[in-house]
Ligand binder design. Structure first.
Ligand SMILES: Cc1cc2nc3c(=O)[nH]c(=O)nc-3n(C[C@H](O)[C@H](O)[C@H](O)COP(=O)(O)OP(=O)(O)OC[C@H]3O[C@@H](n4cnc5c(N)ncnc54)[C@H](O)[C@@H]3O)c2cc1C
Ligand code: SF4
Length: 492
């Protein structure tokens, strides 16, 4: 693309710096002391990985940072990245009871970051691989958050786990997709060392279906966890879409994660099509690269956009303009270079469908267009890998929400490829649950973990942990220690 860097590298690097500063030790203790330590804490049920939030906060208040990190990482192996990337306002912090008192909710994400940073900065290992392995090999396809969540849990249950990843580096969208001001690729890669320290083997550069067949995997492994995420960005299907200055949001964001920042092409006037969280990330990062004007085009209104309110507010704060109720008709070019986009106003007709308002077209000047209109589902690819795998109407895999089981007994799944695209913490949580589903499939036994009955009952689905009963970390740790010691004695 024929763009010159708009800002020097130092300015771009400064622009991409951490959005939320870490808590200082004293601030963390003051914040932890505000927690009411609810017995049946709604934040636990709102966290898709079921972290014992009051448990770890109490440990921070008692200046037991290592214990706090252990509580977090036992429940969520990617607890350090989740502390940075979770939309906490709609998850744990959104459920905080302090809202009912018209008080600020506890800053759970920042406290989680405080505890996990404490151990990673001091290279303290809080998780250990099991003393013995059970000799059973399990394969994981995809080293994104779902694959890593499943692999870490299986390794702790004593399995020999191999993760196959087609990219050069592991981490999936955690390494290649998250906005740089939330988390860097280097941080994601460092966190993966924790997964490897549990004995998980990660083989990068292996594209399953091309470099290795499913038949080979079925011979080598007792079960397979499929965590391949979603596919490429959707197309707009309008004339001019293939011009070099029209880019897919994922490609644009991936370049930010793998090339020097001042070599990533960006226009001075950028139009982003779509209004989800990926669109917002494209907006805020284009502005940080130096774009002078960024507009978002969305065919419906603010109430229908899928971007979270706080992400929308972030983009507005950065200076983006939102053009609601309009859609693109054609990319306009001059001399082979994008010079604008033809838009038309939209309205909802009597049948409830969206239609273009005749005669309302106009050309919005721009020199770059970013397409952020969702990612393709992996249906054809999954059908090629597993011809008899049952798929749902939304293009996801038919999955048991509690165990990750699919229509094939030895195949389990989780993350974006089965939930059609959610958050990092959902992917980790689904990976973790599937690890217990696999354990149940292999041993034909129910999971042995202690369960604490909850007065609130269980909450399945996207915003809940999906665990039948929230698990308190100290009980989990005690049960693990008991089992590991029993395993040790049996092997003597
Ligand atoms: C631009 C963007 C920004 C986001 N920002 C946030 C955020 O701020 N906070 C948040 O919580 N969530 C965010 N998300 C969502 C989050 O990143 C995903 O929900 C999460 O990464 C899903 O994890 P996954 O493991 O299911 O899939 P992925 O992260 O997509 O990982 C799938 C992995 O499988 C590999 N793979 C695919 N096919 C094969 C094959 N045939 N063989 C071997 N390997 C294969 C891929 O290379 C990839 O590494 C964002 C998503 C996008 C697109
Ligand atoms: S993992 Fe995310 S949702 Fe769960 S407690 Fe931590 S910040 Fe909240």
């Amino acid at each position: 693309m024929s763009f010159k860097p708009l800002l020097p590298i130092e300015a771009i690097t400064a622009n991409m710096a951490d959005l939320h500063l870490p808590l200082r030790p004293q601030e963390a203790i003051v914040e932890a002391d505000r927690c009411l330590y609810c017995f049946d804490a709604p934040c636990i049920a709102a966290c898709p990985t079921g972290i014992d939030v009051p448990g770890f906060i109490k440990k921070i208040a008692a200046r037991n940072e290592v214990g706090a990190a252990k509580t977090i990482l036992t429940a969520n192996i990617l607890g350090a990245s989740c502390a940075r990337v979770c939309p906490t306002k709609v998850l744990c912090e959104g459920a905080c009871v302090l809202h009912d008192r018209d008080q600020k909710p506890i800053e759970i994400g920042r406290l989680q970051r405080f505890a996990t940073d404490y151990v990673s900065e001091r290279k303290i290992s809080v998780l250990k691989p099991p003393a013995t392995k059970n000799g059973i090999a399990i394969a994981v396809i995809g080293a994104g958050p779902a694959g890593l969540g499943c692999a870490a849990e299986l390794a702790q249950l004593g399995y020999s786990v191999t993760v196959f990843e087609k990219e050069k580096l592991p981490g999936g969208l955690n390494t290649y997709g998250i906005a740089l001001y939330k988390m860097t690729p280097a941080f994601s890669l460092e966190e993966i060392e924790l997964v490897k320290s549990l004995g998980v083997q990660i083989q990068c550069g292996v594209n399953i279906g091309k470099d290795k067949s499913i038949a080979d995997m079925e011979r080598e492994f007792k079960a397979i966890f499929v965590a391949i995420g979603l596919g490429a960005g959707n197309r707009l299907g309008i004339p001019g879409e293939d011009l070099p200055q029209v880019v897919d949001a994922l490609t644009f964001i991936k370049r930010l994660h793998s090339e020097p920042l001042n070599s990533v092409a960006v226009g001075e006037r950028v139009v982003v099509i779509g209004c989800g969280n990926t669109a917002v990330d494209s907006v805020t990062q284009s502005i940080r690269l130096g774009a002078k004007q960024v507009s978002v085009v969305y065919r419906r209104g603010q109430n229908e956009m899928s971007a979270y309110d706080f992400e929308y507010a972030h983009a507005k704060h950065d200076g983006a303009t939102f053009l609601f109720h309009c859609m693109p008709l054609e990319v306009v070019a001059s001399g082979g270079h994008v010079s604008g986009i033809k838009l038309v106003k939209t309205k909802v007709n009597a049948a409830g469908n969206l239609e273009a308002v005749a005669g309302s077209e106009w050309i919005e000047p721009c020199d770059m267009i970013v397409k952020a209109v969702g990612q393709e589902k992996q249906v054809p690819f999954l059908k090629k890998l597993f011809p008899t795998l049952a798929m749902n109407k939304r293009g996801g895999i038919v999955t048991d929400a509690l165990t990750g089981a699919t229509s094939l007994p030895h195949v389990f799944t989780g993350g974006d490829c089965s939930n059609a695209g959610r958050e990092v913490v959902n992917a980790v949580g689904e990976g973790k649950k599937a690890a217990h589903g696999i354990h149940q499939f292999v041993t034909k036994k129910q999971p042995e973990f202690p369960m604490q009955h909850s007065r609130m009952g269980h909450k399945a689905g996207a915003s809940g942990s999906g665990l039948l009963h929230p698990i308190r970390a100290h009980e989990l740790e005690a049960a693990l220690a008991k089992r590991l010691s029993a395993q040790g004695k049996a092997n003597k």
